[in-house]
Design a protein around this ligand. Sequence first.
Ligand code: XMP
Length: 513
Amino acid sequence: MAHQTVIVLDFGGQYNQLIARRVRECGVYCEVKPYKTPLAQLLEKKPIGFIFTGGPNSVYDPAAPQVDPAIFTLGLPILGICYGCQLMAQALGGEVTAAQADTAREYGKTETFYDTACTLFKGLDAQGISWMSHGDYMAQVPQGFALAAHSAACPNVAIADEDRRFYGVQFHPEVNHTQNGLAMIRNFLYGACGATGDWTMGDYKETAIRSIREKVGSGKVLLALSGGVDSSVAAALLAEAVGSQLTCVFVDHGLMRLNEGDEVEEAFSKWSINFIRVNAEGLFLHKLAGVRDPEAKRKIIGEEFIRVFEQEAKKIGQVDFLVQGTIYPDVIESGLGDAAVIKSHHNVGGLPDYVDFKEIIEPLRLLFKDEVRQLGRELGLPEYLVMRQPFPGPGLAIRVIGEVTKDKLDTLRLADFIFRDEMAKAGEDRNLDQYFAVLTNMRSVGVMGDGRTYDYTLALRAVTTDDFMTADWARIPFDLLDRTSTRIVNEVPKINRVVYDITSKPPATVEFE
Ligand code: XMP
């Protein structure tokens, strides 16, 4: 079934996929297209409206991206955001100039006043914070447009021509910092474009399956399954699409949390795919013996992982496609240039060099994490897998401080399980972005019964964060910490002391190593 479609016309802004994601959140199908796409091609999609994104240029720059002026004669609604707003203003006869310093140039959170009679702001608060990021200014708005929002520095934060259903905002409604931003986008979609909300994640699943089948044909597909949310959802999608043509190689490095390996295997038993679980615990522990340095551990694990995977892939023979569970935030992050390496994150990502295949498939490339989770549910993956918190590629090896041994791993696994169990029982797990236990290398004196002990200190860590670049230590209830600590020292041998980490990132990092 064809869905109502909105075209997001991409002028190179940094939030473009976020706009697309907001449109999907409103239950409307959309496609992001480069601004250079010929109009005729865009019209083949039978769009019900357009959104022009932001972009790094100034519209008065001769080399700035332009749009086919015929787009304004179609009778279809348009929402211009930031650059998109200025572009529309200029194209329709307004005037855009560089803002004089300190007058109309605005960055960051800005108190904004909205005209709630405007379709965009109908039913919303007349005053609120919007997120601005523009150095240009509409000195004159085009004919037919009314001012629809202002701030202290800028009289035309939003403009609207209700007759033609053209709207422009200088701020970014798609980012969370803009209060009611999503509602404004919804107002545009439902109020101006006549959207009916005929699209769901279930539809995304069907479309993705169809296009995977078309691409893969009768080819062979290989996927490295890590047990994390992204690779699991990618695997489930491929399993649904091409079934027995898919081989999933799950390298169990023995550094997973309690029962995790079995859970992953169990979740995939409902599909008739080729599921290979390589039990490589012994090999990894052998390679890690005596290694204390965190970066050295990462390197060993990363290399060994590739080697094991490569060996399995060779047994399968020629494959046509390699699947990667790259999601949209990974795509953004990898484009960030050469920031200082704090930790060399090992992901299943860097495999292609070692495996012979024709093409990579990245079916989640445009989705955000919560959308990936939603898709996982649609595919029937169990909740514990879909809601799994981020888990580092090197696993518990970087949560056992210093040398990694099987004994220490088992100790940590049990303690970590108790912490997660208590968090879930208290309902705290939903409020936190990551929480786990760390086996420190410190031993200290304790007393148990009438005897002296000299055992390990376990650290508990729980954080909230938006992007993992910075993180706050979580204020979890004392009685929850108390229950967890009591259980751990009673149930886990070799731990006689439990501490809670109250350091944020920076200056600490989320993981201890
Ligand atoms: P840090 O410790 O750098 O952690 O503040 C930020 C996020 O990254 C995860 N992390 C890793 N993930 N390989 C991964 O795949 C790694 O080597 C690695 N080190 C840290 C960490 O769990 C947190 O979510």
